[in-house]
Design a protein around this ligand. Structure first.
Ligand code: SAH
Length: 353
């Protein structure tokens, strides 16, 4: 058995086809075997090569000697009283990451992680406070989907309809793995590009690279403040990629056509919820035709901040709407299991206390 067998779950469909076609040819097997194996990976949910029952037994053994089919291992599953389900995944080398299944009326959204920890240190986000571990691989990113979708099916939650890169990490700071993972989710597992959202705190080269992709993946920008001074206090990356350049990058993204941008705005009491900020926020939203998602701040152990008062959140929404900007309040989900936005920090047996 080769020591570093490639993991098939980290390959895009074209890579997979090339690898498998070469493999079956070398084995003297008919060409359609490659297609059969691919079906088992993307549709058949095979857990091992032994599950691939339409292949000859010896071929299953040889596949197992040549390749891996490794998903992140389930460490813990926690269920919120609101139906949100958090998976804690144990990765090779001891890192852990989280993903969250969020049921709403007509959807089941899966929120996945792109990095173990995060290097960007936004002040309101627990993941940033917990520090950076390492980049995830395409297999570890797409594997969160594969294993979560199976969990959902086995627990009568239906199919995963949407995937958002809003778990731990900054996806556009791990393009090397996130871009192939997008292809795997879309072209492999068949999730429509418009049902996949990449959320970024504003990595401009990543936004430009995403704009170049032909698929209509959605983009969310974690804005959190419509003026640069305030934004810099919350988000250190603002100093490297300031708001005016960020908005230009979003305008360029828009020119590629057909893809709605969302602004995420976490509302923190007396920090970024002054009504005087509504006008500049509306102006930015107009410039890039963004939809604004207002997220009441979820408390984290590292700062004293509190969520904005619900009436203030409503005031923001109503006045944005009056200004012609579509806006919604995102209800916090899974707070009781630390699964809400910004609360993910892979707390495991008290390691991070
Ligand atoms: N790094 C990416 C992906 C993380 S997404 C990004 O920043 O977009 C997680 C979303 O939750 C982001 O919009 C983030 O700003 C927001 N968030 C972080 N901490 C939060 C908190 N404590 N309460 C509410 N939202 C928070």
């Amino acid at each position: 058995m080769s020591p570093d067998r490639p993991n098939l779950l980290g390959m895009t469909p074209p890579e997979l086809r090339e690898t498998l076609t070469a493999h079956v040819r070398q084995r003297g097997q008919p060409g359609y075997r490659a297609r059969q194996i691919e079906e088992w990976l993307f549709r058949g949910d095979a857990r091992s090569f032994g599950d691939m029952t339409n292949l000859p037994l010896p071929e299953r053994d040889v596949l197992g000697d040549s390749f891996r089919l490794d998903e992140p291992a389930v460490d813990t599953v926690s269920e919120s009283s609101d139906g949100t389900v958090k998976h804690l995944w144990a990765l090779q080398g001891g890192e852990v990451v989280e993903s969250v299944l969020i049921p709403t009326r007509h959807r089941l959204t899966l929120c996945i992680s792109s990095q173990a920890g995060c290097a960007l240190k936004c002040r309101f986000c627990a993941t940033g406070w917990s520090g950076f571990g390492r980049q995830l691989s395409p297999a570890e990113i797409a594997g969160q989907y594969r294993a979560s979708a199976r969990w959902a099916a086995e627990h009568d939650r239906g199919p995963v309809t949407n995937v958002v890169f809003m778990g731990m990490g900054e996806p556009l700071a791990n393009r090397k793995a996130v871009f192939p993972a997008l292809t795997i989710l879309n072209a492999g597992y068949g999730i429509g590009a418009r049902r996949i959202t990449v959320s970024t705190v504003g990595v401009i080269p990543g936004i430009a690279a995403l704009a170049e992709r032909p698929e209509q993946f959605r983009l969310a920008l974690s804005l959190h403040a419509p003026v640069t001074e305030l934004r810099a206090e919350l988000i250190p990356l603002e100093k490297r990629y300031p708001l005016d350049q960020l908005i230009k990058a979003l305008e360029a993204f828009n020119r590629k056509g057909g893809r709605r941008i969302t602004f995420e705005y976490t509302m923190i009491r007396e920090v970024n919820d002054d009504p005087a900020l509504i006008a500049p926020l509306a102006e930015l939203a107009h410039r890039v035709q963004a939809f604004v998602n207002l997220i009441p701040f979820n408390p984290i152990p590292y700062v004293e901040w509190k969520p904005s008062h619900p009436s203030r959140v409503r005031e923001f929404r109503d006045r944005l709407e009056v200004a012609g900007v579509p806006a919604a309040v995102r209800e916090p989900r899974g707070r009781d299991i630390d699964a809400a936005c910004g609360q993910l920090r892979a707390r495991r047996h008290g390691i991070h206390r």
